[in-house]
Design a protein around this ligand. Structure first.
Ligand SMILES: *Cc1c(COP(=O)(O)O)cnc(C)c1O
Length: 388
């Protein structure tokens, strides 16, 4: 008897539905900002990674349009063949200058930057130690590299050290990988301790600053600057798609490492170069991040105000956070979905995040510099009535 080799798909989808894990897309209309149009209804936007409100900024729009007019919509090839433009070098210089590293290289997304960097620098004879809560791109990069992989409990430096004492001598190179801001929780990695351990055990350290760049540190350089670790030897990865309001990813590190990546990172070599408008918008964003620290100051005023109001409501369980990502823990996926629905009906857009993305269900709120105090107060007024 012949069975349909695609029949498993419907069955798997049914299982996803039953567990309340089913996801689908919804369209946002217009220019993104502190409010957005979802299904024709204006809602206050607490679901965006656009922390500084730059994705709709006139200066980024103008830069992107000018780049299209000058260079076209596509970059027409990979960087090493026909895709490279001066604009890419300018952006890479701006990234290296913000991060205070020798050099930087831009990838077509943050996901590809992690895949490319990790698979280029470690292989079969090596060991990766990875925080259990790391982003999917770090986890995928680790698997794809072929290195031995140990996941350590979230931010647990003691277990990490123990693993290194036991295992380090069995491998050639060793790489520790971590998010700097954990994207589904909002807490920070213990960066200084990780750097000390990396030094002690001769390990490389790769930190993913996707949610840190533009947000943390006096100059918006990220968690590395926030913790006073600028200039220490490590590999900084990040994205151009969050606080920078564009699309693309990057690695910032020593000149030698960046040179090596240009020769060995498959996800950079064998993919089309970042498009001219994305590159130009990101470059405009880096200039704004450097020139307008007041945007970052406003973001943190909003974050602290919302935190203070949430802490006045004892029924809400705020997960530990040191970033603009605030998560309210809920007992089940169903409870999280119900809460998200209640919020939406009251004109607030804040998503439910459920397994398998995270171990426990939650409402994830991300604060923007462009939120008004009244919008934050409205969020809290609605949260008061959430049945947890
Ligand atoms: C969003 C994110 C990425 C992926 O970046 P993209 O540019 O969107 O591909 C990588 N790492 C972390 C921690 C992220 O939050």
């Amino acid at each position: 008897m012949k069975i349909n080799p695609y029949a498993w798909i419907e069955a798997s989808l049914a299982t996803i539905h039953r567990a309340n894990w089913y996801r689908s897309v919804q369209a946002i209309h217009g220019i993104p900002g502190a409010t957005v149009l979802v299904a024709g209804v204006e809602v206050i936007n607490f679901a965006s990674n656009d922390y500084l409100g730059l994705a709709g900024d006139e200066r980024l729009l103008t830069a992107a349009i000018a780049a299209i007019q000058e260079f076209g919509t596509g970059s027409t090839g990979s960087r090493l063949v026909s895709g490279h433009r001066e604009l890419h070098s300018e952006l890479e210089k701006a990234i290296a200058s913000t991060k205070q590293t020798d050099d930087a290289v831009v990838f077509s997304s943050g996901y590809l930057a992690n895949l490319g960097a990790i698979t280029a620098i470690v292989g079969k004879r090596d060991l990766i130690l990875s925080d259990q809560y790391n982003h999917s791109s770090l986890k995928s990069g680790a698997i794809l590299s072929g290195a031995a992989l140990i996941e350590y409990p979230h931010c647990d430096v003691a277990v990490l050290r123990e693993n290194l004492i036991q295992q380090r001598q069995n491998y050639r190179r060793c790489l520790i990988i971590t998010d700097s801001v954990f994207s589904m929780d909002g807490d920070l990695c213990p960066l200084s301790a990780l750097l000390d351990i990396a030094e002690k055990f001769s390990c490389m350290l790769l930190v993913d600053e996707a949610h840190g760049t533009g947000v943390l540190g006096k100059n918006g350089a990220g968690c590395v600057e926030h913790f006073g670790c600028t200039g220490r030897e490590l590999i900084q990865v990040g994205t151009l798609s969050k606080a920078l309001g564009s699309l693309g990813g990057y690695v910032a590190a020593s000149a030698a490492l960046i040179d090596f990546l240009r020769n060995r990172a498959s996800s950079w070599i064998y993919t089309t170069a970042l498009s001219p408008p994305d590159t130009a918008a990101a470059l405009a964003a880096f200039k704004i991040v450097q020139a307008e620290p007041q945007r970052r100051a406003q973001l943190w005023r909003n974050v602290n105000y919302l935190k203070k109001l949430i802490k006045e409501l004892p029924q809400l369980k705020l997960l530990p956070t040191e970033s603009p990502i605030l998560c309210l823990q809920l007992p089940s996926a169903t409870a999280a979905l119900t809460a998200a629905k209640q919020l939406r009906e009251a004109g607030i857009f804040a998503p439910a995040i459920r397994p398998p993305t995270v171990p426990t269900s939650r409402i994830r709120i991300s604060v923007m510099a462009t939120h008004e105090l009244g919008q934050i107060e409205k969020l809290v007024a609605v949260l008061k009535n959430i049945s947890a």
